[in-house]
Design a binder for this molecule. Structure first.
Ligand SMILES: [Zn+2]
Ligand SMILES: [Zn+2]
Length: 371
């Protein structure tokens, strides 16, 4: 092994408490700097091997701990042998540490298809009952004419001469300390290993085509505005046999003139005449699903809330429904004829403080609503 006894942390330029990812990052940058294709330093090979050894020790928790506590002597006592020096070629060395991604160009890979977004609009009653909508999407699929082969049916392809069907070419260069092998995606065939004589006319040789797809979207009862629905596997086709993407349908719930939504509850306003509020009444009020009856107690105050249990929205992830809350507004007559005025004056003369029995409730409610 290399004769130097440099500190591993110093070799990589990291602190002793560096995290695994910091160590990996540091090694990458040292390796890039010392890579024989890049570096002109005469001691690049030696330093490179040292860096590899340092990385090999510090990247594994067990060897790192031994090194931290007992130094290189500790490592040797356990029979540690750096593997770096055994590699014949540097590109193999890189592959061993990082896979092919450090210097090799990207190669074609199996990929999941992209997701597709769509939007539907429903009204509040549909959000309460659940609904179905057809959405039309433009989706990329595997070309049906060539079934993804990219060739005109009946035509043939030949093995790429440049790469002998491998899809990659090797470039061998000689540096001052040996042979360096680098792999590139084949420029003639783009990595496929074959040369197509007649590209598919439908997809122009891309292997993919765009189609309109109609999907029926099931919107569950109780859905909220801006809630997405995922339809799995209906998005764009994957690449090289990868899974198709998903479709995300964003549901917009139109504003309702009568009801505001608050979680699973609905809130609405109810108007009582002065006398209805004072005398009490039975009223018919609108709900999302037709009309309902409600009893107004005598002495109902402005700002009171009448609750119709279970007349709100269905709960999306559970049983039951929210409530319908009706805020009471009391209408005071603006115009009185003579007879009405006389009756009210008579009422005023007879009504004492007890008739109004002013409780603090109204002011509390008012204050709460003004906050
Ligand atoms: Zn095609
Ligand atoms: Zn090729």
């Amino acid at each position: 092994m290399a004769g130097s006894e440099h500190d591993y942390y110093e070799l990589l330029g990291v602190r002793r408490d560096a995290s695994e990812s910091e160590i990996k990052k540091a090694f990458r940058s040292v390796a890039r700097e010392l890579h024989p294709d890049v570096s002109e330093e005469p001691d690049a090979e030696e330093r490179f091997k040292e860096a590899v050894e340092a990385y090999e020790v510090l990247s594994k928790p067990e060897t790192r701990e031994v090194y931290d506590r007992f130094g290189r002597a500790g490592l040797r006592s356990g029979g540690f042998q750096p593997t770096g020096v055994d590699f014949g070629s540097l590109s193999d060395l890189f592959s061993a540490f990082f896979g092919d991604d450090l210097f090799a160009p990207p190669t074609a890979r199996r990929q999941r298809g992209a997701d597709v977004a769509a939007q539907v609009e429903i009204d509040l009653a549909e959000a309460a009952s659940g609904a179905k909508r057809d959405v039309t999407l433009s989706v990329e699929i595997v070309c049906r004419r060539c079934e993804g082969s990219m060739m005109e049916p009946g035509s043939s392809s030949t093995r790429c001469q440049t790469c002998a069907g491998e899809g990659v070419v090797q470039q061998i260069s000689r540096s001052f300390f040996g042979q360096v092998v680098r792999r590139h995606v084949c420029p003639s065939c783009g990595g496929s290993g074959t040369i197509i004589e007649h590209p598919c006319e439908t997809c122009s040789g891309s292997g993919r085509e765009s189609v309109e797809r109609e999907l029926e979207v099931e919107i569950p009862a109780g859905i909220h505005d801006r809630q997405p629905i995922r339809i799995s596997g209906e998005g764009h086709a994957g690449v090289l046999g990868g899974q198709a993407g998903d479709v995300y349908v964003l549901v917009r719930v139109r504003r309702d003139e009568r009801f505001a939504r608050e979680g699973d509850d609905l809130v609405s306003m109810i108007e009582l005449t002065m006398t209805q509020a004072a005398l009490g009444d039975r009223l018919t009020v609108p709900t999302l699903e037709g009309e309902a009856e409600i009893d107004v107690e005598p002495g109902t105050q402005p700002g009171a809330v009448l609750t119709l249990r279970g007349k709100g929205m269905p709960r999306l992830d559970g049983f039951g429904r929210g409530d319908l809350r009706l805020l009471v507004n009391v209408l005071i007559p603006r115009r009185l004829d003579e007879e009405q005025r006389r009756v009210l004056e008579q009422f005023q003369a007879s009504a004492d403080a007890a008739a109004y029995d002013r409780d603090e409730g109204f002011f509390k409610r008012l204050r709460a609503r003004l906050k």
